[in-house]
Design a protein around this ligand. Structure first.
Ligand code: NCD
Length: 309
């Protein structure tokens, strides 16, 4: 079996195509494992993993924890709201204290872009970025591509539109890197104010008309508006946003093909996507969640196999 080219998963930016293929092939195997009556393998019995969440999370945190437990790793959990970070401890001190308890791998979500890269330079453990501010969310992009591959057979050559708040979204940036690396065509669609000025440099098209974007694509990845990262108003009102960039069943039914609808969650039903779309057969939102466990098992397993002990 092959090896990843990296010792940490800090962002899709640092991966190559072979890394992604290896992660997907490994995830195929783990997907089969988690559908067995006994959903566990003993692979990581000698590995301890700390999940450090300095920012809110439901899905990602549960998904990582489940992936780790299904690999039989020992797991410790930490969340910033109930920790000494509130007492003024630095990130390196917090992490070094945890590592002194003989932790091999750190899965970290942090509000600051680059927090994972910073940590990887200062501590000895293998680092997995579970979202660093508005920068990258590599495991989300991997599970998104894996889910497209599962539904459509491949990612290469597919047309994917990412709709919504591109400016503040780590899911958007990681998806753009992952999709381009695999040879997909990518467009972004949203209010002009929520599309970064540097977007063309990423080799991505821009479409400000949702109808045209949906007519063009095979897959639409609907993002949540990241209100918590906004200090000013980027569009007049939520109602207006929904009118222009929300997907409903009528819009989908008027297209001359069945496109695939994705969403990383959490969904704001009735804002970026209506309930009848979220719950329709065209949506693969729950497949994404299910695949997240297998993909994270693959990432953790492959990184753990590179830890020198
Ligand atoms: C995303 C995140 O946290 O970046 N959610 C997730 O990880 N499933 C997207 C979001 O919060 O909108």
């Amino acid at each position: 079996m092959g090896e990843l080219s990296v010792n940490h998963l800090l962002g899709i930016k640092y991966l190559n195509k072979d890394d992604i293929n290896l992660i997907f092939e490994t995830a195929d195997h783990f997907k089969e494992v988690i559908n067995r009556p006994i959903k566990k393998v003993p692979s990581l019995r000698d590995i301890t993993i700390a999940n450090l969440f300095f920012e809110n999370s439901t899905r990602t945190r549960l998904s990582f924890e489940l992936a780790e437990k299904r690999l039989s790793a020992d797991v410790i959990n930490f969340s910033a709201s109930s920790s000494s970070v509130k007492k003024g401890e630095t990130l390196i001190d917090t992490v070094n204290n945890i590592l002194s308890m003989k932790v091999d791998m750190v899965v970290m979500r942090h509000p600051n872009p680059g927090a994972g890269v910073f940590l990887s330079k200062h501590v000895g453990a293998s680092i997995v970025n579970a979202g660093d501010g508005a920068h990258e969310h590599p495991t989300q992009a991997l599970l998104d591509s894996y889910s497209i591959r599962e539904r459509l057979g491949s990612v290469g050559g597919k047309k994917v539109v990412i709709v919504g708040d591109i400016l503040h979204s780590r899911v958007a940036l990681s998806n753009i890197f992952a999709l381009k690396l695999q040879g997909a065509e990518v467009k972004v669609c949203g209010p002009k104010t929520l599309i970064p000025k540097y977007i063309h440099k990423l080799g991505v098209g821009v479409e400000t008309n949702l109808q045209r974007a949906l007519e063009w694509c095979d897959v639409a990845n609907m993002l949540r508006v990241q209100n918590e990262r906004m200090e000013i108003s980027y569009f007049p009102s939520t109602r207006e946003y929904t009118q222009q960039f929300g997907v409903n069943k009528k819009i989908l039914d008027n297209l001359d093909k069945d496109i695939v609808i994705m969403h990383p969650g959490p969904i704001n039903r009735g804002v970026e996507i209506t309930s009848d779309v979220a719950d329709s057969n065209q949506a693969i939102i729950l497949d994404q969640v299910q695949n997240g466990v297998a993909v994270r098992m693959a990432v953790i397993y492959l990184l753990a196999s590179k830890i020198k002990r």
